[in-house]
Design a protein around this ligand. Structure first.
Ligand code: IPE
Length: 269
């Protein structure tokens, strides 16, 4: 990896589960996409960088089957908690291995081992290992994970929530959300073909187009596009620039990392 220190500060890149896993399939990584994205991350050479990936067909179906998000009710769920975490660990391995093969000093870090939630929201985070990894020049690779929860016993922590939280805490300059659609539209393009892709909007504009934002249709226990936007609001208020880009289209993530405007950009004002 050609490393270029970004004078503008930390970049956080979240790759959605619909990008790194095969849609509708169980426990199937999208290896061509993972390898291509690893190359794009390597070629862009951005540092410091935190990568976060979603669960897709690894995390969501298991979390749903065992009711992990709603918390502990009965001991039979415990095996489901283990299975959901294990599925995410194995997906993380595919992502980390691909990055390492491309020369990116990736470091898989399970959020469940350094965060605790309360009612599904992060209540405490031991961020020292993350800070140390970043200052050495490693690329932490986090993911949506199960967590131990002060109210529910356990729950699911989305990659979007952890990405947004770290963007605020580490004062990230950019948060790039790699998804399977081109960005935000004026209306739902599946319903209205004259819907236009929005290139740039402010938090104020966002309130006006709110009605056009639709959730994704496949199983997602953590909120779809609407949830994503809600998570992005605090980092944007803190001054981070958010980008929603189609990571399934080759070159988009590379361009976004290089600072080009692809997809939809959301800024404070
Ligand atoms: C979900 O992570 C993780 C689990 C279900 C354990 P995300 O919520 O970040 O995943 P995607 O991006 O929506 O698939």
């Amino acid at each position: 990896m050609k490393r270029r220190d970004n004078a503008e500060g930390l970049t956080i890149l979240k790759l959605g589960g619909s990008v790194v896993t095969e849609k509708g399939a169980l426990l199937t990584p999208n290896m061509p996409a993972i390898r291509r994205l690893a190359r794009e991350v390597s070629d862009a050479g951005v540092s410091p960088l935190i990568l976060v990936h979603g669960g897709g067909g690894f995390g969501h179906p298991l979390a749903e089957r065992y009711g992990i998000k709603d918390g502990f009710r009965e001991p039979q769920q415990l095996i489901g908690f283990s299975k959901t975490h294990e599925a995410m660990v194995s997906l993380n391995r595919f992502v980390v291995e691909a990055l390492v093969e491309e020369g990116v000093p990736a470091f898989g870090m399970p959020p469940s081992s350094f965060t605790v939630t309360r009612g599904g929201r992060v209540a405490s985070i031991h961020d020292e290992p993350l800070r140390m990894a970043l200052s050495l020049g490693l690329v932490p690779v986090l993911y949506g994970d199960v967590t131990l929860d002060l109210e529910r016993g356990f729950t699911v922590l989305s990659g979007d929530q952890i990405a947004a939280l770290l963007a605020v805490r580490f004062e990230a300059k950019r948060i790039i959300m790699g998804v399977d659609v081109d960005g935000l539209y004026t209306e739902d393009p599946k319903i209205n073909p004259s819907a236009r892709l929005i290139r740039h909007l402010t938090l104020k504009d966002l309130e006006e187009v709110w009605g056009g934002i639709r959730g994704s249709s496949s199983t997602d226990v953590t909120g779809g596009m609407m949830g994503k936007i809600l998570e992005l609001i605090p980092p944007i208020k803190h001054g981070a620039k958010a980008l929603i880009v189609n990571a399934l289209k080759p070159g988009n993530v590379y361009s976004a990392l290089k600072g080009e405007l692809v997809g939809t950009e959301i800024t404070k004002e």
